[in-house]
Each structure stands twice: as structure tokens, then as C-alpha cells.
Design a binder for this molecule. Structure first.
Ligand code: KG4
Ligand code: ZN
Length: 342
């Protein structure tokens, strides 16, 4: 069964054809990073407008790349939430229209769950029960899956997502956008033990809090520069030496990773799942992969970075299981839900 996946929930316009939820026939991702870089983050209106221009050529390229014509497409899966309202609307409207014109079943896919299904695109099939650590720009969650569509949320961030914290700390350090890869790069030349950051407490044992960690970094830098706590964060980068930037990146990355790994290992020990997967943009972080593999008795297969960050192959992979186990939705009524939960 060939599924055409369509993804436009943030700053990537993507389309992909996946066979049987496992085999990628094509995977086209058009990143808007260059459009948003000068603003230091994603500008929703710019994103939506750019999706409008890109989406049909991206879909066409995905079909061409897969050497597939419409007759060989069995269903369409599209991200309908969570995400930026304008962006989601472009993706969903495109998919709905194509579903009507081409007479194909349509499935609305949850973007966060789709990140988890990127792991179904790896050579080894994940097994249930499965523990997923979801770490993206918008989400930080630990989810236990008993089966497809049978899962429970063990815990989640109470404030910022971990990717958001990487992006914010990168901004303070003047490392630009997106922050995750920039922090990882700077951290490679820094000392992760240059200073300490406090542990962040949460009430739920599998919950997270990242805004405190970001503030602790800010306070540390203000102190180091002999400034008050109201000294503006955007004035800090210019006053820092390269080694201060690298050390701060290394300390922050190492603290954030240790925090994620401790919680994931705790959940693993309590629930003893057959598989552990990590999902979302931050899952491409090498230190996170290294430390998680060192701390778990279980082998983990990691998706390549292009399947960790936003893409449509993961949407098509989850779409395949929706097509298999669930009813298609009416293309005339599929709604976008910007704050869709899992
Ligand atoms: O999953 P994703 O592409 O989009 C969302 O659904 O949010 O995740 C984007 C996030 C950004 O915050 C970015 O800074 C972070 O993933 N990220 C990383 C790395 N690559 C991307 N964070 C840490 N290390 C990385 N190597
Ligand atoms: Zn995402």
C-alpha cells in the first residue's frame, strides 16, 4: 500500500511516498530555514505564504521521485495538528483537495505521533510495548505504547520544550537559528564541566521543565559579566569570548541531555518496554544518543537526522497504520487543530 504523506505544520514543506509504512520511495523536504533566519525564529505568516508556493511542486516532486503516478497512490495522509494555524491550513487544504480530485482516502495525522513513527522506517521494526522519548521544538514527552493507537502519556514538559530551550540558549549566546545544531557544534569545543547548573524539580517523576534551565544559564552569564539579573539577554552575546560561548553551550547541552536521559532511564526501569525510541528534532543530537545508549541495557536504533527533524515520510508511515486500522476521514470536513494533543 502506497501512502502519500504531506507535512506543513511549521517551517518545512514536505511530501513523501512510503510503501507499507516501512519503505521510503521518495522523501522531499523543502526547508524554510533561510527565510526565517534573519528574524531569529519562525515567522508564522512567512511560513504559511511559503508553504502555499511550495506545496504543489513538492508533492509533484515526491510522486516523480517515487516513480509513482496517482493510480498507484492508495491513500493520502496529512498533518492536521499540532502546529502553526496558517501552515497547517495550507497542508490540510492541499491534501483535502487532492483527495477529492483524485478520489483517494484521506487520513489526518498527529505530527507528534508521526515523529515516533519515523522509527518504523528503520531496518529493524520497533516492538510493543514501546517507550518513546519525544523531543522536538514544541514537545518533550515520555509516552508508553502498548500497541498502535494504544498509548499513555507518562510525563511531559511543564513549560518550554527541550528544542525550544536549545533555541533560546543559542539566541542568548548569539549562535543563531536553529539553535540545536548550533549549540551542539559550539559545545564540541567547550568544557561541559566549566560550571554547574541546578537540577530542575518537577512534581510528576516523568515530567520535565526546561524554562528553569534556560533561566539558570542566563543568570550564570549575567553574574559572569558582573551584570544585574535585569541586564537584557540580547546584549549578552557581544560581551562573551568564544570560549565562554563554547563552555556555556557544552554545560547547557550536557545538563539538558542528562536530564532527558535520567527520566527516560527511570521510565525504562519501571515499565521494561521491548523497544525504546527517540523522536523529534532533538533526537538527532549526538550526545543524547551516546548517553542514552550508555545508560540503557537495551540497544537503540536511531533514525538518521533527516527523519528526526520534520519530514513527510514519518507522516506517511503513521498514515499507513491509520489506513490499516482506522476509517478514512471525510475530505470535506477534515479540520486543522493547532493545539492537537496526543
Ligand atoms: O521536530 P522538529 O524538526 O520540529 C518540531 O516539530 O518542533 O524539531 C526542531 C527542534 C529545534 O528546536 C531544533 O533546535 C532542534 O529540534 N534540533 C536539535 C538538533 N537538531 C535540531 N537540538 C539539539 N541538537 C541537535 N542536533
Ligand atoms: Zn516536528
Amino acid at each position: 500500500m502506497n501512502i502519500l504523506g504531506i507535512e506543513a505544520s511549521c517551517d518545512e514543506t514536505a511530501a513523501s511516498v512510503v510503501k507499507d509504512g516501512r519503505k521510503i520511495l521518495s522523501n522531499v523536504v523543502l526547508s524554510q530555514i533561510d527565510l526565517h533566519r534573519e528574524f531569529g525564529g519562525v515567522v508564522p505568516e512567512v511560513a504559511a505564504r511559503s508553504h502555499i508556493e511550495a506545496i504543489l511542486p513538492v508533492v509533484e516532486k515526491a510522486l516523480l521521485g517515487a516513480r509513482t503516478d496517482w493510480k498507484q497512490v492508495d491513500a493520502i495522509a496529512v498533518t492536521h495538528g499540532p502546529g502553526l494555524p496558517g501552515a497547517l491550513l495550507v497542508g490540510a487544504t492541499t491534501a483535502r483537495t487532492l483527495a477529492v480530485i483524485k478520489n483517494k482516502p484521506l487520513h489526518g495525522v498527529n505530527h507528534v505521533l508521526a515523529h515516533v513513527y519515523a522509527n518504523w522506517l528503520l531496518p529493524k521494526l520497533p516492538k510493543f510495548p514501546l517507550l518513546a522519548l519525544i523531543v522536538s521544538g514544541g514537545h518533550t514527552q515520555l509516552v508508553l505504547f502498548e500497541d498502535h493507537f494504544d498509548y499513555r502519556l507518562l510525563g511531559q514538559t511543564q513549560d518550554d520544550a527541550v528544542g525550544e530551550a536549545f533555541d533560546k540558549v543559542a539566541k542568548i549566546l548569539g549562535l543563531g537559528y536553529p539553535g540545536g545544531p548550533a549549540i551542539a557544534k559550539a559545545a564540541a569545543s567547550g568544557n561541559p564541566e566549566a560550571f554547574g547548573l541546578p537540577n530542575v524539580y518537577t512534581e510528576g517523576i516523568y515530567d520535565f521543565s526546561f524554562s528553569g534551565l534556560k533561566t539558570a544559564v542566563l543568570r550564570h552569564l549575567q553574574r559572569q559579566l558582573s551584570k544585574d539579573f535585569d541586564f537584557p539577554s540580547f546584549k549578552i552575546a557581544n560581551l562573551l569570548s568564544k570560549s565562554q560561548v563554547n563552555d556555556t553551550a557544552a554545560v547547557f547541552q550536557s545538563s539538558a541531555v542528562d536530564y532527558l536521559v535520567t527520566k527516560a532511564v527511570g521510565a525504562y526501569q519501571e515499565f521494561r518496554p521491548k523497544s525504546v525510541v527517540i523522536a523529534g528534532g532533538v533526537a538527532s543530537n549526538q550526545l543524547l544518543r551516546q548517553k542514552l545508549s550508555q545508560s540503557l541495557e537495551k540497544d537503540i536504533d536511531y533514525a538518521p537526522p533527516n527523519l528526526c527533524t520534520d519530514n513527510a515520510a514519518m507522516v506517511a508511515a503513521l498514515g499507513f497504520y491509520q489506513a490499516k486500522y482506522q476509517k478514512a476521514v471525510d475530505p470535506l470536513t477534515l479540520e486543522t487543530v493547532p493545539s492537537l494533543g496526543i
